[in-house]
Design a protein around this ligand. Structure first.
Ligand SMILES: [Fe+2]
Ligand SMILES: [Fe+2]
Length: 170
């Protein structure tokens, strides 16, 4: 990996951790508190649990990146990195789907409780988190991961490219 790419990787990882990972970790407890207030007002009784599931999945995902993926990348990558990237990319899709489901569910609640300020606040905060998550995922899927998508060694047995929809791993 060229020194320029190494610098690019470090800067990207730094930005992702500072803005997105830390940002999500600050936002999630605040959202949990708002969701608990919404439930306490008798509006829906599954928002807290859904949000906890999303938060736990996100935390596990970010932990995996911080403990395994980012250190691997900072060392220049290796032949197994494509599989890890593929796994993390699949998790990105799952996070976005879970977030869409929760937002749809809250959207339906507004039909009966549209004037509730606590619910409106929760919906706005969740929209903010969803926007940050989308930018986070884009930074990884479109900027960071492609720097490592192909094996560095030309004689590697792995030709997997997670960015090509026509490629299969079997
Ligand atoms: Fe991340
Ligand atoms: Fe990620």
């Amino acid at each position: 990996m060229s020194p320029e790419t190494t610098r690019q990787v470090s800067a990207l990882i730094d930005r992702i951790q500072t803005r997105f990972h830390e940002g999500h970790r600050q936002a999630l407890p605040q959202l949990q508190a708002m969701a608990a207030m919404v439930e306490a007002r008798g509006i829906d009784d599954g928002v807290v649990a859904s949000l906890r599931t999303i938060g736990n999945a996100l935390e596990q995902h970010m932990f995996k990146e911080e403990m395994r993926l980012f250190p691997m990348m900072e060392q220049g990558g290796n032949t197994l990195i494509g599989l890890l990237i593929e796994d993390l990319h699949r998790e990105h899709v799952a996070h976005e789907n879970a977030m869409d489901d929760l937002r749809a569910r809250l959207g339906m609640l507004t039909e009966a409780h549209g004037t509730d300020l606590t619910l409106q606040q929760l919906i706005r905060a969740l929209d903010d988190l969803a926007n940050e998550l989308a930018l986070h995922i884009r930074a990884e899927d479109e900027e960071l991961f492609p720097l490592f998508a192909r094996p560095a060694s030309p004689d590697s047995s792995s030709t997997f490219n997670p960015w090509s929809p026509a490629t299969t791993t079997s």
